[in-house]
Design a protein around this ligand. Structure first.
Ligand code: GAP
Length: 532
């Protein structure tokens, strides 16, 4: 969809009941969103397809639904207390807070017209003198140094995409001659020269690490000892139940555990609709393998997930894989790739696949004192900590991607032989929030009664989600169904009642296809089988 259409999508989502701004009657709460009646159907279907593909259809997977509130020691063991942070800077004048790396993105886009070349030329020029700075920690050999900055955008008034591969700026430096800490310091100094986007002044605090975990208190007594966190990832709910799963389900390696649930991060710069929010849902799998097998399994998951997105209608040209550089890897990962989607504002992470090794199980063994080893069922002397490959999906981002991908504006023929613009959500039928709409042609009572009879028959005899709509002209009702992506509309007309002059239309209805707009006359008798 064209970049300008994010606003159109947001407005469609509100108008048609997919997604509403959170707490709207109180003026909202920034970056919170509520799924409306159609949004919840769509999201449930995304989760259903996911669970079906990755749990039920495989035979090597089980699920859990762990608590959001966990013992705070979990987050010490997982490394989140010490390592889960972003660089934060704050304007001393107006207290606007932003992520230091995000700041750069805003600057290049708004102040330099997206001209990243001139910006980085300046930056590199600034860094060059540092090559002479004596190093503190010696680094060997001539190496590439990569500063991972997720930047991607389009030039204003220009359709060209900036090919920077999410701006991993790579310099070929002789690291023997550079102080890496000084380089990073310089990098941030560059950022601190930017004007505050809120008040226009240039008076920033030094960047400091800001922990993204949401803290809250448990129980009625306030105090340090009662501080707990809302989980920042669902993954840990799986690791802490590893022993329970081994003992109750007796799975054999390789096997996986899946979980869908909410996660919370006090993001410094949320935004872009539901793309980055502070409360969001994840669909995660921890796949346990024998040490040494993770490389091969990693490739398998990459393929599976890529194909899952394609199978549900995401166009290949809108997806790409991005490998994380060493410097960018999370504290627990030895290899990570993202599947990125081409959002209206540029490429953005949709899914992450990480090789977590035995990091988590080892840490939890250490912090809990429990034995988390797996025993080979064929050889009881073989005990070890399995390694983990983690496919991690953002559920809200996945829903957003399906919404963006479905959004289509096209010319459609009118009854009078002309053409008109229509907006149609071309969801894969497995995801569409409504399967079938029953539309009586007019408000005549006996026609409505016949249509209602058909409505009841379909909801009783099938699992389909059926909408019944009598409000407004038939044209308006088709437009609404197109905008919510209903694959088929059934019109009950006077022919259905045997009240028109055509032969043989009694007890037949018209089925209209959302995409081709073709209409087919079908007997009510076999309709449920046909719809299924
Ligand atoms: N357990 C691994 C993990 O949490 P992550 O890359 O931090 O990895 C996984 O998150 C996925 O969760 C991301 O690919 C993204 O789709 C989604 N996600 C992360 N932060 C998010 C946020 N603030 N809002 C919406 N989705 C988010």
């Amino acid at each position: 969809m064209p970049a300008s259409s994010l606003d159109q999508l947001v407005s469609l989502c509100k108008r048609r009941g997919f997604i509403f701004p959170g707490s709207e009657i109180y003026g909202g709460l920034a970056n919170t969103w509520d799924y409306g009646p159609l949004g919840v159907e769509l999201k449930n279907r995304v989760k259903r397809e996911w669970w079906k593909t990755f749990v039920h259809k495989r035979g090597d997977m089980v699920g859990v639904d762990a608590a959001i509130l966990m013992n705070p020691k979990v987050w010490e063991a997982s490394g989140h207390v010490t390592s889960f942070s972003d660089p934060l800077i704050e304007c001393k004048e107006c207290h606007y807070r932003t992520r230091a790396d995000k700041m750069m993105e805003e600057w290049v886009y708004f102040k330099e017209d997206g001209n990243y070349e001139s910006f980085f030329t300046r930056l590199i020029r600034g860094i060059q003198p540092l090559l002479k700075v004596p190093q503190k920690a010696p680094l060997k050999g001539k190496q590439k140094i990569t500063i991972p900055l997720k930047l991607s955008f389009k030039l204003k008034d220009d359709d060209r995409e900036i090919k920077t591969d999410s701006l991993n700026i790579t310099y070929d430096f002789d690291l023997n001659a550079i102080d890496k800490r000084a380089l990073i310091h310089h990098f941030f100094q560059e950022i601190l020269r930017f004007n505050c986007p809120n008040c226009g002044k240039t008076n920033w605090t030094e960047p400091k690490q800001f922990n993204l975990m949401f803290r809250t208190q448990q129980g009625v007594i306030e105090g340090e000892g009662n501080d707990i966190y809302l989980r920042p990832e669902t993954a840990q709910g799986i690791f802490v139940n590893f022993r329970n799963i081994l003992d109750t389900m007796r799975p054999r390696l390789p096997f996986g555990v899946a979980q869908i649930g909410k996660a919370f991060r006090n993001e410094i710069t949320p935004g872009n609709f539901t793309f980055r929010t502070r409360e969001f849902e994840q669909m995660e799998i921890e796949y346990f393998v024998e040490p040494g097998k993770e490389k091969e399994i990693f490739e398998e998951w990459k393929e599976l997930v890529w194909n899952w997105y394609l199978s549900l209608g995401i166009e290949k040209k809108n997806l790409r894989i991005r490998e994380h550089d060493k410097e960018e890897l999370s504290h627990y990962s030895s290899r990570t790739i993202d599947i990125e989607y081409q959002f209206p504002w540029g490429w953005g992470e949709l899914f992450g696949l990480a090789n977590r090794g035995d990091f988590d199980l080892k840490q939890h063994e250490k912090f809990s004192g429990e034995d988390l080893t797996y025993t080979d069922p064929d050889d009881a002397t073989k005990k070890f900590l399995p390694h983990v490959v983690e496919p991690s999906f953002g559920c809200d981002r996945t829903v957003l991607t399906f919404l963006l991908e479905a959004y289509t504006e096209e010319d459609a023929p009118t009854a009078s032989g002309g053409s008109e613009k229509r907006v149609v959500m071309k969801f894969d039928p497995r995801l569409a929030p409504v399967d079938v709409a029953i539309l009586p042609l007019s408000k005549k009572e006996h026609l409505i009664a016949k249509a209602q009879e058909l409505y009841k028959k379909i909801i009783q005899e099938t699992d389909l989600v059926v909408d019944f709509d009598v409000t407004g002209s038939i044209g308006k009702r088709y437009r609404r169904q197109d905008e919510i992506g209903t694959p088929r509309c059934i019109t009950v007309d006077f022919g259905t009642l045997g009240e028109d002059d055509k032969q043989g239309t009694r007890d037949t209805v018209t089925i209209r296809d959302r995409d081709t707009l073709k209409q087919e006359r079908v007997a009510i008798g076999g309709i449920t089988e046909k719809l299924q």
